[in-house]
Design a protein around this ligand. Structure first.
Ligand SMILES: [Zn+2]
Ligand SMILES: [Zn+2]
Length: 273
């Protein structure tokens, strides 16, 4: 399948991107790759910065959108000099669900000027930790956390604000809260979420970077989750999650997922904008 678009790429305003990942370089990389559609976005709240290194400090970024406005300014400044007639550039946001409220509401209320809303859950439900913290839970507790994440993700989808659920299952899979994605127990856990996504027309993201975050059995089992999402009637968004120009529009794992789940052009989601 020809994937001449990227619905998920970051900027310097993440404060954890490669130094070369300016908005200008990102667009140049997209044009050089022959992309026709490129979504430039940033996290709300910013994530992974040392100044906001605890969930409580991170939470103070609720409703901050300086990073989105900085992207808008760069795009406005660049546009007169750009000559990429084939490339449509869209503005996006990767917004977290509020992990303390757990009601499915977003960490941002003002989506003015934003074309594409990706929804993420980068913190554990209840806000106890970030997804990348190497916590290990006893199996019973891990399953309870996984179920609480699933129910929260359903509310996030049902709240009607997001277009795409970003890297589904990353928190559960990276922290191995449940057996690998192809186990019946884990597929059963996901089923109601996938059904809610199909019903609310929230796309399932095939995220190139997720593959590298998962342990081999979880990576190997992920196609089963993609197949179940397809059966449930979900559409699929594709994004590199690039934080460096050479990763813009670069897909290896995503192509494998598409092949293993036998996805066709008609299964793919695209923004209205
Ligand atoms: Zn993310
Ligand atoms: Zn991202």
């Amino acid at each position: 399948m020809l994937l001449d678009f990227d619905h998920h790429s970051h900027t310097p305003y993440s404060r954890h991107s490669h130094a070369e990942m300016t908005v200008a370089n990102s667009l140049a990389a997209a044009a050089a790759k022959g992309l026709k559609r490129h979504v430039v976005l940033e996290h709300v709240p910013e994530i992974g910065s040392s100044e906001r290194g605890t969930p409580e400090l991170w939470y103070t970024g609720k409703n901050e959108r300086w990073q989105l406005d900085a992207i808008a300014k760069d795009l406005a400044d660049l546009t007169p000099g750009l000559n990429y007639p084939e490339l449509k550039v869209l503005r996006g946001v990767e917004v977290d669900a509020d992990p303390f409220k757990l009601d499915g509401s977003c960490m941002l209320e003002d989506f003015t000027g934003i074309d594409v809303v990706l929804g993420s859950t980068h913190l554990f439900p209840g806000g106890s930790a970030f997804w990348f913290e190497k916590i290990v839970l006893p199996p019973d507790q891990a399953r309870r956390v996984a179920k609480s994440w699933r129910d929260w993700a359903i509310r996030f989808v049902q709240a009607g604000q997001i277009d795409v659920l970003a890297h589904p299952g990353d928190l559960i899979g990276a922290r191995q809260l449940v057996p690998p994605f192809n186990s019946p127990e884990t597929l059963e856990l996901f089923e109601p979420l996938l059904e809610a996504m199909a019903e609310k027309k929230v796309a399932f993201e095939l995220n190139e970077s997720l593959g590298a975050k998962l342990a081999p059995p979880f990576r190997a089992g992920y196609p089963a989750l993609v197949r179940l999402a397809k059966q449930a009637g979900c559409r699929f968004s594709v994004g590199s999650d690039a934080h460096a120009p050479h990763n813009v529009g670069r897909y290896d794992w995503v192509h494998l997922l598409i092949k293993e789940a036998a996805l066709e052009d008609g299964h793919m989601w695209k923004p209205d904008a």
